[in-house]
Design a protein around this ligand. Structure first.
Ligand SMILES: Nc1ncnc2c1ncn2[C@@H]1O[C@H](COP(=O)(O)OP(=O)(O)OP(=O)(O)O)[C@@H](O)[C@H]1O
Length: 215
């Protein structure tokens, strides 16, 4: 099971600013154990997305060290990242990163075809559960942001994972839709016996968090 360890990481852009704040992430030692459900409150500009991108291996401009499962994140190679991202780590980016010129179905198929963890029928049923029946063939770029957010949520569930990384996942959803999405996500977190790291601007209680931290 994958443990996350942080050893005094400070992103380059935040250098100088870290230290004046009481962060429980930056420039700290932290161990986040498998299966934890961690909420990270991060006021705008404190490096919420930067943190998610570091954990997902998209940026290496930081001091200190972080480890997935004892392996230093900054030293993992492309094939190790590919394996991690297809089996261990799944993510909803703040900017979602759907393929705008592809349909909803195609966006989901790309993920589904990598691991065949769930069937496309299942993916479609989840999309319907989140109120997007009728959007299957529509190009992602023509959806509202809240609709795209729900597509990105379904997409993150179409692979196995030990950790789910969610960056403001419900920012454009009303409470009813956020509630439905949270229920679906939580079910699949339990199916996968996974942990979650949820970052958001303000506290929320969408999930039964085991720990709340400040970025
Ligand atoms: N590549 C970069 N070059 C320079 N500055 C950067 C870079 N990436 C991030 N920053 C700065 O680091 C800070 C944190 O950025 P980040 O995108 O992580 O913010 P955030 O906490 O996710 O904020 P928001 O909630 O507003 O999206 C910001 O001040 C941003 O301008």
């Amino acid at each position: 099971m994958m443990q996350l360890e942080l050893d005094h990481i400070i992103p380059e852009p935040l250098k100088g600013r870290v230290g004046q704040q009481d962060s429980e992430v930056w420039n700290c030692r932290q161990t986040i154990t498998p299966g934890e459900t961690v909420f990270l409150r991060a006021p705008s500009g404190k490096g919420k997305s930067t943190f998610m991108h570091i954990l997902y291996g998209l940026r290496g401009d930081y001091e200190g060290k972080a480890f997935w499962d004892g392996k230093e994140i900054g030293k993992l190679g492309d094939s190790q990242w590919a394996a991690l991202r297809s089996r261990e780590l799944s993510i909803v980016f703040q900017d979602l990163r759907l393929f705008g010129d592809l349909s909803v179905a195609e966006n989901l198929e790309i993920k589904q075809s990598l691991t065949h963890t769930v069937t496309m029928d299942q993916a479609r049923a989840w999309l319907q559960l989140l109120g997007l029946e009728g959007k299957w063939e529509q190009k992602a770029e023509t959806l509202s942001y809240g609709e795209r957010q729900r597509v990105a949520i379904v997409r993150c569930l179409l692979q196995p994972f030990q950790w789910l990384l969610l960056d403001e996942p419900f920012s454009h959803l009303d409470d009813e839709n956020a509630g439905r999405a949270a229920k679906l996500i939580w079910q699949q977190v339990q199916v996968n016996k996974a942990g979650m790291l949820v970052v958001d601007l303000e506290h929320n209680d969408w999930f039964p968090y085991t720990r709340k931290m400040l970025l």
